[in-house]
Design a protein around this ligand. Structure first.
Ligand code: PLP
Length: 425
């Protein structure tokens, strides 16, 4: 595989950016080698700077549920752009995207648009604290919620712990407000509520944890969280930045039919542009400025170009059988991969999200159950897949995404690429 141009570009990039990138996982550190620089994408395919073509399952980390350069999205964006790109004043496009979402989602009544998933979660946490008048939050090890200070916290040792910061630059005093427990563990949550009665503003979870492998939770566990939050007057926050509009239009809340108090969105909502959002019932959202006293603002919030991309993409998602077709294509891929019986692996999936783990466990519900040693196989697999025309997120902890643009031919090619790659293990 030729990669001279990517190598050159990366060398240059290293003189500009820390580690040569603008977001750490892109540097290929966990798979080794040089990141490939992408020149263009169309449908399910991307082309790199050296002219190599790949079938793409990264999809910009999830947003591109229609594939790259979708004509409907592009047309909407072009039309909007010609009338100016930003006003910092309300536009009708914000109303349109909000109406599209709220009229098809029974779990929230009002919404606020921001510019990233991180910002959505950071703002929703502030809202939870402002609304409840409490300071502490409870999160789960293995869930990612963006890079705001109070969430860059990993579990210490023990059932219920204040975490340790997972990044330099986060003050110890912030970490004291974040309790970290294991996923799929009722006892730890019960104990946390005993220990910090009336102090926990919200419990935040990815209802479909998909940032550290795919750690599917039982519906019953989410229902348990719902109940314990209600009893303790704590808000339940579903971080649906990945699962929103991915597992169905109403995300994981709709999929499991569990009603959280707050939901955050990102990724798909912006059609490939920087959009995030948080929503809740009216009384909770009334705490947000200028209606209430929880401050939150943004120069580019509700940006018209991004809104029109979101409207175009979400309108496609609402078409009949959209999610059913995505899921059945994903199943075709998974069944094809399973025909290989020479290696010990399991493919976990929900809807159009899938994750291959080198394990014979049939269930992995918490981060501690992932065998980190097995990730060494992923490196080999990853580079062999690249050489055979399949691109995905460069880490064994990342999930893959099927898009509307993937064809059955793509899937057959992918299965063959995996077969060749498995031979290298
Ligand atoms: C991607 C992601 C975020 C962060 O979103 P950014 O747009 O990268 O800031 C937060 N929460 C979840 C669940 C995510 O998947």
């Amino acid at each position: 595989m030729k990669n001279e141009i990517s190598v050159q570009l990366f060398e240059k990039a290293k003189s500009f950016f820390p580690g040569g990138v603008n977001s750490p996982v892109r540097a290929f550190r966990s798979v080794g080698g040089t990141p490939i620089f992408i020149d263009k994408g169309k449908g399910s395919h991307v082309w790199d700077a050296d002219g190599n073509e790949y079938i793409d399952y990264c999809a910009s980390w999830g947003p591109l549920i229609l594939g790259h350069a979708n004509p409907t999205v592009l047309e909407a964006v072009e039309k909007t752009m010609k009338n100016g790109t930003s006003f910092g004043a309300p536009t009708r496009l914000e109303n349109e995207l909000a109406e599209l979402i709220l009229s098809n989602n029974p779990y929230i009544e009002k919404i606020r648009f921001v510019s990233s998933g991180t910002e959505a979660v950071m703002s929703a946490i502030r809202l939870a604290r402002g609304f409840t008048g409490r300071n502490k939050i409870l999160k789960f090890e293995g869930c990612y919620h963006g890079h705001s200070d109070s969430l860059l916290v990993k579990a210490g040792s023990g059932l219920v712990t204040f975490g340790e910061t997972s990044s330099a630059g986060v003050p110890e005093s912030f970490v004291k407000e974040t309790i970290v427990v294991s996923l799929n563990n009722k006892e730890a949550v019960i104990k946390a509520f005993e220990q910090f009665k009336d102090e926990i503003a919200c419990v935040i979870i990815e209802p479909i944890p998909a940032n550290n492998g795919l750690l599917l939770q039982a519906k019953e566990y989410l229902q348990f969280l719902r109940e314990i939050c209600t009893v303790n007057k704590t808000l339940l926050l579903f971080d649906e930045v990945i699962s929103g509009f991915r597992i169905g239009f109403a995300g994981a809340a709709g999929y499991y039919d569990v009603k959280p108090d707050l939901i955050t969105y990102g990724k798909i909502i912006g059609g490939g542009f920087p959009v995030g959002a948080y929503g809740a019932r009216k009384e909770i959202m009334a705490s947000i400025s200028p209606e209430g006293n929880v401050y939150q603002a943004g120069t580019l919030s509700g940006n018209p170009v991004a809104m029109s991309a979101g409207i175009a993409q979400l309108t496609e998602c609402l078409k009949p059988n959209f999610y059913k077709d995505l899921e059945s294509k994903t199943q075709v891929l998974i069944q094809g991969l399973k025909r290989n019986t020479k290696h010990n692996f399991t493919v976990f999936s929900v809807g159009s999200i899938f994750w291959l783990a080198f394990t014979d466990k049939k269930e992995i519900r918490c981060a501690e159950d992932i065998d980190s040693d097995s990730m060494k196989h992923f490196k080999t697999l990853y580079h062999a897949l690249l050489e055979n025309g399949v691109y995905s997120g460069p880490s064994g902890y990342e999930v893959g995404f099927m898009s509307e643009a993937h064809t059955h031919e793509d899937i057959e090619k992918t299965i063959r690429a995996f077969e060749i790659a498995f031979e290298k293990l």
